[in-house]
Design a protein around this ligand. Structure first.
Ligand code: ADP
Length: 646
């Protein structure tokens, strides 16, 4: 092995040198891949080590052999398998984002997937991979790495003991000129610290009880009541028909629905059965899918009381929205599952907890009494919950001021995001030899959160103030909350575009007249208008993406014109589904032009209105820049003073 070649890019990091040697050894099994410009490779690591070292090692190895030589620009794309076993989730350096494996492969042919014992390569990946290699750093690699980095020989005896240590701990311990005995002490201490660092749900699936988890709002109080009901049912004090038999948890990925279901089972002293629809679907046949579901119900019945968790419930489909071409089996699966829930065989003692992201995707029949009779939304954690979740995953008590900082910066983060942040902080502390974790939290925060520049902050405040002032001037409505984002996560591109938001309480009127539509359009366009007035040019912040002000205003105009019967034509052109309206705007030029006319008229109107309420606009914007968030009580006097209305 050429030493010079090995050292290039690795510096004197013992861990990276070892990873490099182990990767080089593993790639000998498939030498041809090194010279290819496209490959799909699976790498199995022996334990849940710091995978970034191995990523770097693979990169360096492919770079040094590449046909286009060192400096090759396209590095491999790395994928990880997260969550347990069969759940087909992937991530590329961004945890908890789902990627389609198929898409990654066609778009990026240089793909290396990393599997670890906890998160092994999926069967699907194994089938398509061109090679699967095992990367296992050996004792001789450790000895060679120490020789290169520190120029001394590590005895066989010590090396055989150390080779079982976490590779990144070896890097930390042998950094700089630390003498051997100090390095050994550090490895020992880091190893112990890791043993005590238990994830919230461990490998065996043990979870904390409901009392010990934070951030679940209504779900938690429902769960605690259910626990009491199940106890009463067990003691014969309550009939099964009086117990809630099912719940649908609604929440974004990573809000902790799985953790909640496990904690619920623990608090209810109930058996936990998990059933993933996509896992059963992967088996391919209708029979297999129903068999998987019915097996789960049987296990739950046999061990009752039990909590039967059905994850990714969206996967089952909704008969109201299934396309005409959906396979017949989709309907059969729905009916099959309904039968299992109603139970010709009784399901006494089995509480079904289903989880999904959006309610529209769930067939209404599942929501009837006796089935998933309750729908509970799992919100993103609030300030207090964010602090508590972060602390729980940090596994140590940082100073309160630091926790406050974390709580403030992480607005909009899910439990999973907070877990990742805490993990990054622990890793950073570990790498520097386990010194004060507080300082590392601050370092990681400053790496991962960027302050919005003050000029941008002011523009965002003016934009939100535009919505608030217009809503009051047009409809006499005071916004409930105005927020501008002072930081955004460097790992989240969407956030860097999302400068803030304005909240209005919902208007529940069932029928609307033409001016209702127009007023709503004007309020949506008011952010853009306010920017145009105070900065000469508006930014593209109102448009570009789905969910933006422009998209929402356009959709209202499209609804008004397409089929409402209150704007010119009486003709009914399309249903009110967003998808259909969007297609019409995109494909029917004449229709798009009509929408644009409505939008332009409202833009003129709202610009005029804001121009005659400049003081209010400035006052709200200034207060928002100062405080970052304004409540209804704070907004009210600012928009109400001498407002010109129409
Ligand atoms: P979901 O099922 O909603 O996608 P999970 O339950 O799988 O989310 O949560 C993903 C990870 O995020 C979990 O491993 C857990 O550690 C962390 N997490 C999410 N919510 C919380 C919470 N409220 N408290 C503690 N950890 C949480």
């Amino acid at each position: 092995m050429k030493r010079s070649n090995l050292i290039a890019g690795t510096g004197r990091s013992v861990g990276l040198l070892m990873a490099r040697m182990a990767v080089r050894r593993a790639l000998r099994e498939c030498p041809e891949l090194l010279y290819r410009t496209a490959y799909i490779l699976g790498a199995e690591l022996p334990n849940d080590v710091d995978t970034t070292l191995f990523e770097r090692a693979f990169e360096l190895e492919f770079q040094s052999h590449a046909p286009d030589g060192p400096g090759r620009t396209t590095a491999p794309e790395f994928h990880y398998f997260i969550e347990d076993g069969g759940r087909e989730r992937y991530r590329r350096n961004k945890p908890f984002e789902e990627f389609s494996l198929g898409k990654s492969i066609t778009e990026n042919q240089r793909l290396i997937a990393i599997g670890t014992p906890k998160h092994p390569l999926s069967e699907a990946f194994r089938t398509i991979a061109e090679a699967i290699v095992v990367v296992r750093p050996e004792q001789r690699h450790l000895q060679a790495a120490i020789k290169i980095a520190r120029d001394f020989h590590l005895s066989d005896e010590i090396a055989s003991e150390l080779i079982t240590s976490n590779i990144s701990n070896l890097s930390i311990a042998f950094r700089g000129n630390r003498p051997l005995d100090a390095a050994l002490r550090i490895i020992n201490a880091l190893g112990k610290a890791e043993q005590t660092a238990q994830p919230i749900v461990d490998v065996e699936g043990n979870a904390p009880s409901l009392d010990d988890i934070a951030g679940y709002g209504e779900a938690k109080s429902w769960g605690l009541e259910l626990a009491q009901d199940l106890r009463d049912w067990k003691n014969g004090a309550l009939q099964w028909s009086d117990v809630d038999r099912g719940v649908l948890l609604l929440g974004a990925p990573g809000t902790g629905k799985t953790v909640f279901a496990r904690s619920l089972a623990k608090s209810c002293d109930a058996h936990f059965v998990e059933c993933s629809l996509t896992k059963n679907q992967a088996l391919g046949h209708l029979g297999d899918m129903l068999k998987g579901l019915s097996k789960a119900f049987n296990e739950a019945r046999k061990n009752s009381p039990s909590v039967l968790f059905i994850d990714e419930f969206d996967g089952i489909g909704n008969r109201a929205t299934l396309s005409r071409h959906a396979p017949e089996y989709a309907t059969q699966v729905i009916t099959g599952l309904l039968e299992l829930m109603d139970g010709t065989e009784k399901r006494n003692g089995v509480v079904v907890v289903a989880a999904c992201n959006r309610i529209e995707t769930v067939d209404a029949a599942f929501l009837r009494p006796g089935r998933l009779e309750r729908i509970i939304e799992i919100p993103l954690p609030d300030l207090q919950a964010r602090k508590a979740i972060f602390k729980q995953h940090l596994q140590t008590d940082p100073p309160e001021t630091i926790l406050d900082e974390v709580g403030l910066l992480t607005e909009g983060c899910s439990g999973a995001d907070l877990e990742r942040l805490a993990r990054d902080c622990r890793r950073s502390a570990r790498r520097s030899g386990g010194t004060s974790v507080g300082r590392h939290v601050l370092n990681v925060l400053s790496d991962q959160f960027l302050k919005v520049p003050s000029s941008q902050l002011r523009r965002n405040a003016v934009h939100e103030a535009g919505h608030a002032v217009a809503a009051y001037a047009i409809r006499g409505i005071v916004a409930t909350e105005l927020v501008i984002r002072e930081y955004f996560r460097t790992t989240n591109v969407a956030e860097s575009r999302d400068g803030g938001y304005t909240v209005f309480s919902h208007d529940h009127s069932s029928f609307q007249v033409r001016s209702d539509y127009e007023d709503r359009i004007a309020v949506f366009l008011a952010g853009h208008a306010a920017e145009a007035i105070l900065f000469d040019h508006p930014s593209d912040g109102s448009g570009l993406v789905a969910g933006s002000d422009l998209e929402r205003a356009t959709m209202i105009a499209a609804r008004l014109i397409a089929s409402s019967g209150i704007y010119g034509d009486l003709v009914f052109r399309a249903d009110l589904t967003m998808a259909q309206l969007k297609r019409m705007v995109r494909d029917d030029e004449q229709f798009a032009k009509s929408c644009d006319l409505v939008l332009k008229a409202q833009m003129r109107r709202v610009r005029g209105l804001l121009a005659s309420n400049m003081k209010q606009l400035e006052d709200v914007a200034n207060a928002l820049v100062k405080k970052g968030r304004l409540s209804r009580e704070e907004i009210s006097p600012l928009v109400q003073s001498n407002t010109n209305t129409i």
